[in-house]
Design a protein around this ligand. Sequence first.
Ligand SMILES: Cc1cc2nc3c(=O)[nH]c(=O)nc-3n(C[C@H](O)[C@H](O)[C@H](O)COP(=O)(O)OP(=O)(O)OC[C@H]3O[C@@H](n4cnc5c(N)ncnc54)[C@H](O)[C@@H]3O)c2cc1C
Length: 436
Amino acid sequence: MSEIIVIGLGVSGLACAMELQQQGLSFTAFEKELMPGGLTRSERMDGFTFDYGPHVILDTPKLFDRLSLELEDCACQSSIFLNTAKILSIPAPIQHHLHHLPLAQRLRVFSDILCRNAKRSSATPGNFQEHILSQSGQTLFELFFQGYETKRLRFPLTDIDASMPNRIQPPALAQLFGVGATGTQSACGGHDARFKYPRAGGIDHLPRAMSATLPHGRLHFEHVLSEIDLQKKQVTFANNHQAFFEHLVLSLPLPDIISLIKNVPKAITAAAEQLNFSSLYILNVGLDKPLSPSWAIGRIPRQDTDFYRVTIPSHYAKACAPGGSDSLTVEVAHHPQRYPLSEQEVRQRIYAGLKQLGILDSQDSITVEWLHNVRYGHIIYGHKTRAALALMVAYLNQNGVYVCGKYGEWRDMLMSHAMQSGINTAHRIIAATTEK
Ligand SMILES: Cc1cc2nc3c(=O)[nH]c(=O)nc-3n(C[C@H](O)[C@H](O)[C@H](O)COP(=O)(O)OP(=O)(O)OC[C@H]3O[C@@H](n4cnc5c(N)ncnc54)[C@H](O)[C@@H]3O)c2cc1C
């Protein structure tokens, strides 16, 4: 029987392993951490449960039917702190709540919509900024998208390829007058006003439920992949464990995969240099009293604060904080060259910004704090990224290596998309093994 090795047990690697098992194929899986989950891990501190990054379940594909996992239906308010002189907060998505804008801005949006409808230009946008402008119009671009996307990506928007996957919807005339306003979609993509979350508290219940369906003897934790030898078809781990493969599934970040390959061709190393990203500082805070805002997810395009998103997880997941208290999560994107920030600087700036926006009055109520860095945060497509990706993936596939998941495929994905990517990879292996 051919040897199938799965490395990386985030939700994509777990979904791949579940599908291989369901189809009767044997595999061995390795993960560098002590627990499965990757980005969907959680930490428990002083009665608070903090997710590694704020995570909500926006859709539940069929795979969820096989899990022993209780989910809560959540509905929460989200808010946008607009880029105006006066602090102005309106619900997300902005396109669906245009009637909350002051009259002067509504008139400008009205004129943008008329212009767009009159032009109906078929010219393809040359970059991400032009793409957003063609969808949102100049006024919403200035009020929200320009500031938000610049802070989220920390990359010049004109240097980003227009084809970078995103979900920006155009505004419609009716929404200027509050007709057809809905609270079901977020301003920058996800349908985050209604979602699901593990009832017991902590997104890690999802990967834990997934791994519980797998044979434990096949899962090996604390195995850090340190070398891939494509000639010998062998992987080596930092603890010196070695294994041979016929098919290798990798969901670790693509730049790391390429750097671990022995004798990798120069063209492939050069292609990996086209993989741009921004890192994320994530500050989780536990407070001994409730916070005053009523919303749970706040988006901040304003340039006078560093963070682009603030989440109050205890507003949708009561089990994540002790009674009478709240938890807060703040995300700041950074990059060593494009936007360098030390841990000390980011902490100071976050607290100053939270005070300025009236989200947190003082630091006195903080009982616990956890700041950590996510190296691969947001994936960014430059103008050469797609071609570089095609080259790297073809090279890996020729050598029996399949990449899956958000950072393996190098594509923005929700958890459900990452799971589907794992399932699709399992099907490719099943097809390859039955061809023989
Ligand atoms: C801040 C943030 C918030 C998000 N919020 C949401 C949300 O609300 N809803 C949603 O649906 N999606 C959300 N996402 C997207 C979601 O997290 C991802 O799509 C999904 O978790 C990706 O899973 P994955 O398995 O592809 O990758 P990962 O979770 O990154 O899994 C990769 C695995 O590989 C392991 N690994 C890495 N290197 C090695 C090595 N050398 N050896 C062995 N193992 C290794 C890692 O430990 C990890 O377990 C969010 C993402 C971020 C960054």
